[in-house]
Design a protein. Structure first.
Length: 369
C-alpha cells in the first residue's frame, strides 16, 4: 500500500536525528569514558556494551543521510554554511577560553579554536561542512541521471568505498573507515536515491526494521567471532563504511522514511530538541573537555560493577539533556543578537555575498523519468 508524503512526516526524521545523537553520546561515554576498555571479556556488561555499539553503528551515517535527503533536490543556500560555521566557532572558541582560564589549553589549542573547520577540531563538522558546500553539485548529478544510471553509480561506489576495503583492508579509493568526505558523499547520494527513486510504501517499514535488526546482530556476531579467532581488527564491522553498517543504515533510514507519523501535541518539542542535536555533539565532544565530561560522572570507575552499562546509558541521557539546554540557550542568544546584527553593514555585506553565491550555484534540477 502506497502512502502519501506529508510535511508532518518530517517528525519521523527528527526523531531519528535525536536517536542518532543519543547513540553518539552513549558511544562516546563507553569509549571516551573508558567503560568498554575496562569491561571483562565474556561478562554480561561486555556483551551489552557491544550490543549497544552494534545497534548504534548507524548513528553518524543516518545523521548525514537526513541532511542529504532534504538538501539533495533543493536550491543551495550559502546561509546554511555560514550558520554552521558560526555555531562551530562559537563552541570551539568559548570552550577554549574556559579551558585556557583554568590552565588546560595552550596557544596551539587557540589556533585550532579560531580555525575549527580547517584544523579538524571536530572531525565530523569539518567533513560535514564540505558536504554542505558540495551538495549543489551532488544534487546536479542526482537529479539529472536516470534511475538505472543512479543504481550503477551506487553499486560502483559501494564496491570502491566498502566492499573493496573489506576484502583487501586498504583505503585504495580514499575511504578507510567511512569518517571522510568520500564516505559522506556516498551517503548523501544514497539518501538522494531513496528520495528520488523509491516510492513510499508501508511495507518497507517492516522490511527496514528486520534488515536493521538483522544486520546489527550480524555486526555483534562478527565482533565475537573476531575475538574468538584472535583477529587483529575485532571491530571491523563497526566501521561506518563496512557493508553491514551501510546495509543497516539503509534499512533503518528506509523504515523511518516510510513510517506513517500521526501528528501529536509533542511534535513542537520533538522539533526543538532535534534542532539542538548538532549542538549536543559540539559541546560534549570537544577534545579539550570530552574526558572531563565523563570523568565528572566517574564513568570508568563503575566499569567493573554489574550496572556499568546501565549507568553509562543514564549518564548519556543526562549529558544529552544538559547539552540540549545549553544549545537552546545559545540559539536564543543568537536570535536576540541577530536583531541588532541585521542592522549592521557587516550583515548587508554578508547577505550580498550569500545572494551572489546562491545565484552562482542555483541549479535548475530536472529529474529524468
Amino acid at each position: 500500500m502506497e502512502i502519501v508524503m506529508h510535511k508532518k512526516r518530517q517528525v519521523n526524521f527528527e526523531l531519528l536525528r535525536i536517536l542518532c545523537m543519543y547513540m553518539i553520546v552513549i558511544g562516546h561515554c563507553l569509549f571516551h569514558g573508558r567503560v568498554t576498555a575496562k569491561l571483562g571479556y565474556g561478562t554480561v556488561n561486555y556483551f551489552l556494551s557491544y550490543l549497544i555499539q552494534s545497534f548504534s553503528v548507524v548513528h553518524v551515517n543516518c545523521f548525514v543521510m537526513i541532511g542529504g535527503y532534504f538538501a539533495i533536490d533543493r536550491s543551495f543556500k550559502s546561509e546554511r554554511a555560514i550558520k554552521l560555521w558560526k555555531q562551530v566557532a562559537f563552541y570551539s572558541l568559548n570552550i577554549f577560553l574556559l579551558s585556557a582560564l583554568f590552565g588546560q589549553a595552550g596557544w596551539a589549542d587557540g589556533v585550532k579554536a579560531i580555525l575549527p573547520i580547517s584544523s579538524k577540531t571536530y572531525w565530523f563538522a569539518s567533513v560535514y561542512m564540505a558536504i554542505v558546500l558540495l551538495i549543489p553539485f551532488v544534487g546536479m548529478i542526482a537529479t539529472r541521471i536516470s534511475k538505472q544510471q543512479y543504481q550503477y553509480l551506487l553499486v560502483l561506489l559501494t564496491w570502491f568505498l566498502s566492499v573493496n576495503h573489506m576484502l583487501f583492508q586498504t583505503d585504495t579509493y580514499g575511504s578507510f573507515n567511512g569518517r571522510d568526505l568520500p564516505g559522506f558523499l556516498f551517503l548523501v547520494l544514497l539518501a538522494g536515491y531513496v528520495k528520488l527513486h523509491m516510492k513510499a510504501d508501508r511495507k518497507y517499514v517492516l522490511y527496514g526494521i528486520l534488515g536493521y535488526v538483522g544486520c546489527s546482530l550480524l555486526v555483534l556476531a562478527s565482533v565475537y567471532a573476531s575475538v574468538e579467532l584472535h583477529l587483529e581488527d575485532t571491530g571491523y564491522f563497526l566501521n561506518y563504511n563496512s557493508p553491514l553498517a551501510l546495509l543497516s543504515t539503509f534499512s533503518l533510514f528506509v523504515a523511518v522514511r516510510n513510517f506513517s507519523w500521526k501528528e501529536t501535541r509533542f511534535d513542537g518539542l520533538i522539533l526543538k530538541v532535534a534542532g539542538a542535536a548538532f549542538g549536543v555533539y559540539l559541546i560534549h565532544d570537544n577534545y579539550l573537555i570530552r574526558y572531563l565530561v565523563w570523568d565528572t560522572f566517574r564513568a570508568s570507575k563503575v566499569a567493573r560493577t554489574h550496572w556499568a552499562v546501565i549507568y553509562a546509558a543514564l549518564i548519556a541521557v543526562i549529558v544529552y539533556l544538559v547539552c540540549t539546554c545549553i544549545e537552546l540557550f545559545r540559539q536564543r542568544i543568537f536570535r536576540l543578537a541577530g536583531i541588532a546584527y541585521r542592522k549592521t553593514t557587516l550583515y548587508r555585506k554578508e547577505q550580498t555575498f550569500c545572494d551572489k553565491m546562491n545565484q552562482l550555484l542555483e541549479i535548475k534540477q530536472t529529474k529524468e523519468v
